[in-house]
Design a protein around this ligand. Structure first.
Ligand code: B12
Ligand code: SF4
Length: 451
């Protein structure tokens, strides 16, 4: 039984992202089945790559990972769905294999994606346990109805087996053997997941809708994994957790264990929550090798932060800035203009704050508006106010004032202090980049790594 995993993500904006989800799934499947990975991020001609791979490998099952649906950017919105249409058509034309789709992007809108791409099965949320069960059932030609979190077809009707827990505990050790080299070649871009789920309540986010629980990997397992990565040659590691310091003491403990296990010579980055980040966290993070931290700062107005479900205040942002300067940890702050409660005054406060930042450790980026996903607090708020009814087309929420004043707001932001997320990467985004441009970009990254 041969399974071919296809990582469909071709986005190179911000640098290509190693398909950690697939590595996590491989760990569960390789002992039972023959498994191969095709990462389309590196394919000059993805159509040819799929054709060649199917011809030589002859997979029985093709498992497609869909990480991103779109770039979530109002100003220069770009959806990957047309590309996924082509991908689905090509896979079905090229192989008779059973197709199974999953991934973080798929899980945001599974029903719509299933109807559009018509893969045989779709798995929502964590894949480890469910994919193994589904593959076993497909192999044995057994019914799949009692496997929760699965979409499948009954004739022409889409059927959902019902949701159990969308997220599951993560204790396994991802198998990076099939993905490591590309990412080492282009600059040691390793990634690791140490917790899953989120306990915060940002109004636009789907993650807390899938589980209120946070599943944490035991720290001893994280240390083993980081040691493996170091041995493989990684020197830079991104913690993919939604919020790495969701629990302050666990974060400090992790930093201490990294130091004690001689792993602080790798460079770490992660996303943090500012109110949980204090002096002790900063000093331990520095000693552990944290080079940079990201924060979804959203706004400098407390009223906007509160209305959009953030638990921190602008005073927490001030403390974060001071700590990042004191401990020389790069800080990347991301703001979004135009969310709930945004007023001309709150926009001015945030713009002034961005413009006041004057330190090489700190960079700011910003977007306008945000994507609205079903069942999020933002979605419910908009339905209650009768601002939306149907969510089948990608929709954004952006306050009227910001919508009408985008150019003015942009002109007020000092470009030395902040970049618009998409403007920065525009030339590289999937659609705009020709195969030649993509190749040049990837080659440049390799050359930078190996001068
Ligand atoms: C960390 C992260 C980043 C980091 C990645 C750094 C790195 N080196 O890895 C950074 C900050 C760079 C980033 C950038 C972007 N990101 Co991001 N990111 C995440 C985050 C928080 C975690 C992803 C992750 O690695 N999880 C850990 C792995 C192990 O889990 P997983 O991939 O989900 O895999 C599991 C399941 O999905 C499933 N699964 C996966 N594949 C498959 C395949 C099959 C067949 C099956 C059955 C199951 C399955 O099983 C796996 C194990 O349980 C998610 C939010 C989230 N919590 O999912 C957003 C998320 C993936 N990002 C998102 C977006 C939009 C982006 C950007 C496009 C933003 C932008 N405009 O710049 C870019 C794209 C970058 C790129 N080149 O692709 C969206 C994608 C959805 C969407 N809206 O389209 C998400 C879901 C956030 C959100 N809620 O909107 N991101
Ligand atoms: S911190 Fe907010 S945006 Fe991030 S995963 Fe949690 S709820 Fe979502």
């Amino acid at each position: 039984m041969r399974i071919l995993f296809i990582s469909a993500n071709r986005e190179i904006c911000g640098g290509p992202v190693a398909p950690l989800g697939i590595a996590t799934l491989l760990a569960e499947l390789t002992s039972q089945y023959e498994v191969q990975v095709l990462d389309l991020a590196f394919a000059d001609d993805w159509i040819k790559s799929i054709s060649n791979c199917c011809a030589t490998y002859q997979p029985n099952i093709i498992a497609i990972s869909i990480r991103n649906l779109d770039n979530s950017d109002y100003k220069s919105f770009f959806s990957y769905l047309d590309y996924y249409d082509e991908l689905a058509t090509h896979i079905k034309k090229t192989s008779f294999a059973t197709t199974i789709v999953g991934g973080s992007g798929f899980s945001i809108a599974p029903r719509d994606i299933m109807k559009r791409l018509r893969f045989d099965y779709g798995i929502v949320g964590s894949g480890e346990v469910v994919l193994q069960k589904l593959v076993n059932a497909v192999v044995k030609k057994m019914p799949t109805d009692d496997i929760a979190n699965v979409y499948c077809w009954k004739g022409d009707k889409l059927h959902f087996t019902g949701s159990f827990n969308m997220y599951s505990a993560i204790f396994n050790r991802p198998d990076r053997s099939q993905i490591a080299q590309h990412f080492l070649d282009i600059g040691d871009m390793g990634n690791i997941e140490t917790s899953r789920g989120c306990q915060f309540t940002c109004c636009y986010c789907v993650i807390p809708q899938m589980t209120k629980q946070v599943y944490a990997k035991p720290i001893k397992n994280i240390i083993i994994e980081l040691s493996d990565m170091k041995a493989m040659g990684y020197t830079k590691v991104f913690f993919t957790d939604n919020i790495l310091n969701y629990n302050r003491n666990r974060f400090i403990n992790l930093c201490t264990r990294i130091q004690n296990n001689n792993l602080s010579d790798m460079e770490y980055s992660c996303q943090i929550e500012p109110s949980n980040f204090d002096e002790v966290s900063a000093s331990n993070a520095k000693k552990a090798g944290f080079k940079s931290i990201k924060v979804s700062a959203l706004s400098y107005s407390d009223a906007v932060l509160k209305a959009n479900g953030k638990k921190f205040l602008n005073s927490d942002l001030n403390r974060l800035v001071d700590l990042s300067i004191k401990y020389s940890i790069d800080l990347d702050m991301h703001f979004i203009f135009g969310l709930i409660n945004e007023t001309p005054d709150s926009v001015r406060t945030t713009v002034e704050y961005i413009n006041s930042i004057n330190n090489q450790n700190i960079s700011c980026s910003y977007d306008f508006g945000c994507r609205v996903f079903e069942n999020t607090p933002l979605f419910i708020h908009l339905c209650e106010n009768q601002e939306i009814r149907d969510i089948h087309e990608p929709i954004f929420y952006i306050s009227n004032y910001v919508k009408e004043n985008i150019d003015y707001i942009e002109s007020a932001i000092n470009k030395k202090n902040a970049t618009n997320n998409q403007d920065f990467w525009k030339a590289l985004v999937y659609k705009l980049a020709t195969p030649k441009k993509r190749r040049l970009f990837l080659d440049k990254m390799v050359a930078k790594k190996n001068p």
